[in-house]
Design a protein around this ligand. Sequence first.
Ligand code: HEC
Length: 139
Amino acid sequence: MSKKPFVIFGLVLVLLAVVVPAWVFLKEGDSETGRLEVPANLKTGQSLFQGSCGNCHTLYAAGTEGDFGPNLDQRLAPAGTPTGEGSEGQIEATRTQVLNAIHNGLDDPTVPGQMPADIVVGSGAEEVAEFVAQTAGRG
Ligand code: HEC
């Protein structure tokens, strides 16, 4: 009896077991294009942002496209994240601005919608603020 049917069956199994999951996995990766690969110390802030802020805010570095609140790349660093001399001061200022928005919320009557206070708290808030301050305006 020929072994050929078994070989073909084996190949089909390999296809189902390995190739299909790999393809699905790669496809999921693709849908996240635009998300910036960030240093390890910003990763917690990045995923907190994706989970807690991304529904409302667009931020290139997080790969989010929320349009309920302002686009944070434009609002916080319209000319891109500053580099070089003086940039530390500006990043510091942005970090404070983001922390204020998180702690107090925001309801500017001239801007549609409002930002609820304390969506993230404690060290989570610090991590999100650091991530946003370091990355707003990229891309
Ligand atoms: C429910 C939607 C919503 C969520 C969730 C949300 N925001 Fe907002 N955010 C807004 C709106 C709306 C505004 C504009 C409010 C205004 O100007 O009155 C805003 C404004 C801001 C601003 C601008 C502050 C300024 O000084 O101009 C920052 C920074 C900000 N949000 C950061 C965040 C961060 C970080 C998170 C996650 C922890 C977050 N937001 C979650 C809706 C949201």
